[in-house]
Design a binder for this molecule. Structure first.
Ligand SMILES: NC(=O)c1ccc[n+]([C@@H]2O[C@H](COP(=O)([O-])OP(=O)(O)OC[C@H]3O[C@@H](n4cnc5c(N)ncnc54)[C@H](OP(=O)(O)O)[C@@H]3O)[C@@H](O)[C@H]2O)c1
Length: 281
């Protein structure tokens, strides 16, 4: 039996892990909410790890994820995404636990013309991206037994995400405008959850950084358009550019991830983003 601690129990990713957990009968899951395990509270982190006995893996789903708010809550974002991650990494080191940490496509500045590989140069454009990058570096300094999985544009039936926002807006409006000049890969968090658990079950996969997103490329406009098509919404959708929708955080114009490494390591075929979106809707 492999014992797995999942932090950030109420995150959309942890809820997706809970919904696919039954497919992995050899894994024993322990989920901790932010109240039960505040990753910024070093005493609580130490005590929880101690009280649980032997844990094999920790999947860190706890994070500060409010990309725009981070621009004005720099300290809070740093505290959770850097200090909190450091506490978890330290506890993993002391208890010989393999850490699986989730990172983001917002580490990149979007100037590339090709999908970003695990070796591509990082250059975050916003506070959230900066804190996530520092969180990665802290893990790499403290641990050798870790997997950092960089993903993008997560959505699911759980929590707050672009899919749920679009479905709500479609009920409240006759017309909306969505940005068409930022390109990335929408990723179903349940597909990511399954891949994380496959990674835990896999043998001979090297520690390190891995990209995972659904395959294909879309703009936020394309994503919204497909959501409305699949949900038979009659809402009128207009394309706009980023400069017509200013946000506190600057986002990369292009943040497509090259997923070859994880595909080859786990021998998996990654679903096309529209295919996964169809399943959810
Ligand atoms: N969402 C995306 O588009 C996206 C894209 C790329 C990468 N990621 C990364 O993927 C991971 C999962 O994202 P998600 O969208 O599933 O997250 P999410 O739904 O926004 O949930 C984040 C969770 O972190 C918890 N949390 C916040 N501060 C905490 C603390 N101090 N201690 C313990 N837990 C704390 C929150 O708890 P409460 O609910 O109790 O506040 C919440 O449940 C994150 O690392 C994120 O950076 C996300």
């Amino acid at each position: 039996m492999i014992t797995i601690l999942v932090t950030g129990k109420d995150s959309q990713l942890a809820q997706c892990i809970q919904s696919v957990a039954a497919n992995f009968p050899n894994f024993n899951f322990i989920y901790k909410s932010s109240r039960e395990l505040d990753i910024t509270n070093v005493v609580q982190v130490t005590e929880v790890f101690k009280s649980l006995g032997q844990i094999d893996f920790c999947i860190n789903c706890a994070a500060y994820t409010a990309v725009d708010r981070a621009e004005s809550e720099v300290e809070k974002a740093y505290k959770i995404n850097v200090e909190g991650v450091k506490n978890i990494a330290q506890a993993c080191f002391e208890n010989q636990v393999t850490l699986i940490h989730i990172s983001t496509d917002f580490l990149f500045d979007g100037t590339s013309l090709n999908p970003y590989t695990e070796e591509s140069e990082t250059n975050p454009l916003n506070v959230y991206g900066e804190t996530k990058l520092k969180g990665e570096l802290v893990i790499q300094e403290l641990l050798s037994n870790y997997f950092i999985i960089r993903t993008s544009w997560l959505y699911s039936e759980f929590g707050n995400n672009f899919l749920k926002t679009m479905l709500r807006l479609a009920k409240e409006n006759d017309e909306i405008s969505v940005v068409n000049d930022q390109l990335g890969s929408p990723t179903y968090a349940k597909d990511l959850a399954e891949v994380i658990l496959k990674l835990i079950g896999a043998k001979n996969v090297s520690y390190g950084i891995y990209n995972y997103s659904n395959s294909g490329v879309a703009s936020w406009y394309d994503f919204a358009s497909e959501i409305f098509r699949l949900s038979n919404s009659k809402i009128k959708l207009k394309r706009i550019n980023t400069n017509q929708y200013p946000t506190p955080a600057i986002r990369p114009k292009y943040s497509v991830l090259d997923t070859t490494k994880i595909e080859e390591s786990l021998r998996i075929e990654i679903p096309y983003w529209k295919e996964s979106l169809r399943k959810v809707i």
